[in-house]
Design a protein around this ligand. Structure first.
Ligand code: SAH
Length: 322
């Protein structure tokens, strides 16, 4: 099944990459999915294959992505299969009436972002760090010609395949890759999203330059990341963990982030949203049973993380490649 999927990916990538680059990308994907797979992959694929056969009628334009209709199949079997793919972090989804209440209300992030986008109709889109692919399906439903999601987390790829099983003709492709692994200077994409990734990068300016390199002339960047309040001189680097997360490096103010984008050569830079992340947006559920944001805040002062930093606040910035 994965072999077939990779073959279809390779065909779809023909439009985006010339042969030498495509061969390098596909070799990495094959290594990760076929030759040296994650130890849990057989278990996840068994869960995937316990789902009913697709395709099914889907509505990928609603806040809860709806796959199939209630009553078409046995909900207990569907639920058991989907529970084999826990933790479900980004969603929500509804499979044949089984509601997956994911850790994150990713629909709320989409509501903050979508009104500010240049229309996605007919565009080639890259979603860097796409998680389960939730936003990729929303982008395709908004009319994008092709959506490529990349994320190194293999469980998220299997969650994407669970939707794809029922919506095989929607032009969304998930590759198990990191941004640093995409060929630079290909200038292929009309819109590039980087949401929830920048603060995980040790070298945030290099990340911005990588995003710029894959955009075509006039292409649009959508950047969503953790920020702190402050002026154009303000950036926070946590000593170690931030809200229990390892690998958090730079949390700039919006003014500092605008400066970074400017220094990287972006134009038309604007912040379209800034909001605190609430414990309604990110929390543990039946589908993600580990600790979540409520546990990562200071119990006596929820304006602080348990390490004593400002509690999570996120901004959405738009910019254009000249
Ligand atoms: N974009 C989604 C998910 C954000 S979570 C959203 O905004 O809701 C961050 C994701 O980035 C994780 O799934 C993680 O696996 C992925 N990630 C981390 N480093 C990355 C990198 N260098 N390139 C691509 N994805 C990365």
């Amino acid at each position: 099944m994965l072999r077939d999927y990779l073959q279809q990916c390779e065909a779809a990538l023909r439009e985006l990459y010339a042969q030498p680059e495509r061969d390098v990308l596909m070799a990495l994907c094959r290594e990760r999915l076929l030759d040296k797979p994650h130890g849990d992959l057989p278990r996840w694929l068994a869960a995937l294959n316990a789902l009913p056969e697709g395709p099914a009628e889907c509505d990928l334009s609603a806040d809860t992505l709806r796959i199939g209709q209630p009553g078409e199949v046995d909900p207990a079997e569907v639920k058991a299969a989907l529970q084999g793919l826990i933790p479900w972090r980004k969603g929500p989804f509804d499979f044949f009436g089984v509601h997956i209440d994911t850790e994150w209300h990713s629909d709320w992030k989409w509501q903050r972002v979508a009104p500010h986008l240049s229309p996605l109709a007919g565009r080639r889109v890259l979603d860097v760090g796409c998680g389960s692919g939730y936003h990729c399906w929303r982008m395709a439903a908004a009319g994008a010609k092709q959506v490529v999601g990349i994320d190194p987390t293999i469980l998220f790829l299997v969650q994407y395949l669970a939707v794809r099983r029922f919506a095989p003709s929607v032009p969304v492709w998930f590759l198990p890759l990191r941004m640093e692994e995409l060929p630079a200077q290909t200038e292929n994409f009309d819109t590039v999203f980087s949401m929830g990734v920048l603060y995980h990068r040790r070298s945030p300016l290099d990340h911005l330059l990588e995003l710029k390199a894959v955009l075509g002339e006039g292409g649009e960047l959508v950047l969503e990341t953790l920020v702190v309040e402050g002026d154009e001189q303000t950036v926070l680097m946590p000593e170690d963990r931030y809200a229990a997360m390892r690998n958090v490096f730079f949390l700039p103010s919006v003014a500092m982030l605008e400066r970074w984008l400017h220094r990287c050569g972006f134009v038309d830079i604007r912040c379209v949203d800034e909001s605190d992340t609430t414990v309604e947006e990110q929390r543990a559920t039946e589908w993600m049973r580990f600790q979540s944001l409520p546990d990562f805040l200071d119990a006596s002062n929820p304006a602080r993380t348990r390490e004593g930093y400002p509690a999570p606040r996120r901004a959405v910035l738009m910019a254009r490649k000249p």
